[in-house]
Design a protein around this ligand. Structure first.
Ligand SMILES: [Mn+2]
Length: 276
């Protein structure tokens, strides 16, 4: 496979301004391009939004991503290289993403997030992971993989589809390419997060423990209980937001592309978990 000609990008959009100020300012979309962009609005869950988009996809490679992702200049060629590598080493790959966890909980991937700074390290080629963060999930339409419609809301669908792929004998990977997640970094997560946690724990009880980029899913819920306790104290103190989103995605991209790290990087929170 040479350079990728056409890709389908899918985003579940609940704020058109954030979508326009971040994903759509990625250089790949700055001039006429051959790619398909599907903005899914008004779906009750990521699984519903994304499965619907798979049906609409005109292309084999589908990139599902948050509306607040920014893909820098070299991202598309890095994706092409990663796809080429997988084509020759593991053509039946399952899910490809930007950031994930290995079976023993190590990070794989390279991403910038406000409040957390640079996460992970650059990779030379895709590396196998057990679960992937929802910020970016890439599927081959022909793989037949679909998101689980029984999983409600917008959490854990990345981990779930990677586990599903693994159960069908397909390995998932973090790709070799840096990207930006211009999120608001929330330290307190909504009740839906915990509903999805329980759903995943039930569905994959034979597979525990499972490291995800947000929390470790275990039989005794130690990690998630610790997280809830921390959230309780943060709510009492009123410190529920770790960092805010950059108003201008373009300015953030410029800072990173020109200087290779943002000048006004916000203080790190010491709580290196994603989920925003
Ligand atoms: Mn996000």
């Amino acid at each position: 496979m040479s350079a990728i000609a056409k890709i389908t990008f899918v985003s579940a959009v609940n704020d058109r301004k954030i979508f326009a100020d971040n994903l759509l300012i990625s250089p790949i979309f700055s001039s006429p391009h051959p790619h398909q962009i599907i903005a899914q609005v008004g779906f009750s869950s990521a699984a519903r939004a994304y499965n619907d988009a798979i049906e609409q996809s005109e292309n084999e490679i589908i990139v599902f991503c948050h509306q607040d992702m920014i893909f820098p200049n070299d991202w598309i060629s890095n994706l092409g290289r990663s796809l080429q590598y997988l084509h020759s080493t593991d053509p039946n790959w399952g899910v490809l993403g930007c950031f994930g966890k290995t079976t023993d909980g190590a990070d794989r991937g390279h991403v910038y997030m406000p409040g957390l700074g640079m996460l992970g390290t650059p990779l030379d080629h895709p590396e196998a992971v057990r679960t992937l963060d929802e910020i970016v999930l890439i599927l081959r339409k022909s793989s037949g993989l679909r998101f689980d419609l029984a999983l409600p809301h917008y959490h854990f669908y990345g981990a779930d589809i990677c586990l599903q792929a693994a159960s069908l004998g397909m390995t998932s990977y973090a790709l070799a390419g840096f990207c930006i997640h211009n999120c608001q970094y929330n330290l307190v997560l909504p009740p839906e997060f915990y509903a999805c946690y329980r759903h995943l724990k039930r569905r994959w009880k034979q597979e525990l423990p499972i490291y995800t980029t947000c929390v470790r899913i275990t039989a005794l819920d130690l990690d998630v209980n610790r997280r809830r306790l921390r959230e309780f104290y943060r709510s009492l103190k009123g410190t529920t937001v770790g960092a805010v989103r950059w108003q201008s995605g373009r300015q953030l991209l410029d800072e990173i592309e020109v200087k290779n790290r943002p000048k006004s990087e916000l203080a790190k929170c010491g709580d290196k978990q994603l989920c925003s």
